[in-house]
Design a protein around this ligand. Structure first.
Ligand SMILES: O=C(O)CCC(=O)N[C@@H](CCC(=O)O)C(=O)O
Ligand SMILES: [Zn+2]
Length: 328
């Protein structure tokens, strides 16, 4: 049934059964593409975990990875030991194999959202489900992993974005990420209104955007490098302590500047296939924008992450980052 839920979500059809039993607990379909799993008993290390995939429709590896974890649960190889909210993000974009339909869903997660349209409606529905889920499980630490893949190659193929926020990230998260073979951590320097930011900002959740390799169509993903991440997800499902690794093995960065596209006449001054975390020396011209002018690297070298000249006007065209010390 759980894996059928994924198929139904992707097909846009409603499954015949909306709730039922799974090993260690039960499931119920809350709204299209959103499933709650409720354990009979919570494990000693249980978190109230939100696992979201497909916020961008062309990012398929996380959908396949989560599908495998749910299949292992359903077949009895895993036993549910923690409440989980499993969410398919932009279902129409997933069906089309596109990043988004009208606008980037992952910029719409704010309670004062005024935008209209399908993506804004989906953001409101997902926010409401997250609010209700954390409200139903107040005794457990809230956690949210929003799983993505990146458009470009990366010097660090698997990395996480730590959203900006008041709540410090629990140290254990760095140990879990290291064991899950995450290679780099990027700390955001300001509010970003992404889905992971939503759970941290409004609920104090331990929350990340996880970039798990490069975006490819369904069936073309190599899930082998994601096996350690699969183990972390399985520990969350079972409510037990995930494996612990050495955070010093990861590279830490903080965002220094967001390069925004202000004008239709905008270009990035480096090749399209430049990998994430490529560093540019002082004086390098990075962008030219007919309204905002040129952007040159100042005295400190800057590395570029998520470069995309093709974003909507007013949207982020790249994050510019610098190395930072590991969190104390
Ligand atoms: O590879 C890219 O250019 C985009 C990959 C992606 O979708 N990244 C997320 C990051 C969200 C965050 O900053 O936490 C996004 O742009 O929404
Ligand atoms: Zn994405």
């Amino acid at each position: 049934m759980l894996t059928e839920w994924l198929d139904h979500g992707l097909e846009g059809s409603r499954p015949a059964t909306q709730e039922g039993r799974i090993p260690g607990g039960r499931y119920r379909l809350l709204t299209p593409g959103v499933l709650e799993l409720l354990p009979d008993a919570t494990g000693a290390e249980a978190r109230a975990s939100v696992l979201s995939v497909g916020i961008h429709g062309n990012e398929t590896a996380p959908i396949e990875l989560l599908g495998e974890v749910l299949a292992r649960l359903e077949s009895g190889l895993l036993r549910l030991g923690a409440p989980l909210l499993v969410m398919l993000g932009n279902m129409e974009a997933i069906r089309r194999g596109e990043r988004y339909v009208d606008t980037n869903l992952n910029r719409l997660f704010r309670r004062d959202l005024e935008e209209t349209g399908d993506e804004a409606d989906r953001a409101r529905a997902l926010m409401a489900e997250v609010d209700a889920f954390y409200g139903r499980h107040p005794g457990l630490p809230p956690l949210h992993y929003d799983l993505h893949t990146a458009i470009r190659d990366s010097r660090f193929p698997r990395f996480v974005v730590e959203p900006f926020g008041e709540t410090p990230t629990p140290q254990e998260q760095w140990r879990w990420m290291a064991a899950a073979d995450i290679q780099a951590v990027l700390h955001q320097h300001r509010h970003s209104w992404t889905f992971s930011h939503y759970s941290k900002h409004y609920h104090g959740a331990a929350s990340f955007t996880l970039e798990l390799g490069r975006a490819l169509p369904f069936g073309q993903n190599d899930l082998a490098p994601l096996a350690p991440m699969g183990c972390l997800l399985e520990a969350l499902v079972e409510g037990r302590a995930p494996a612990s690794g050495e955070p010093a093995g990861m590279a830490f960065f903080r965002a220094e500047h967001e390069l925004m596209r202000r004008d239709p006449d905008f270009r990035l001054c480096f090749p399209d296939d430049t990998p994430n975390f490529t560093e540019f020396p002082p004086g390098t011209r990075l962008a030219e924008d007919a309204s905002a002018g040129a952007f040159d690297v100042g005295e400190t070298p800057l590395s570029v992450v998520f470069p995309n000249a093709d974003v909507e006007i007013g949207a982020r065209a790249a994050l510019l980052v610098v190395p930072s010390p590991p969190p104390a």
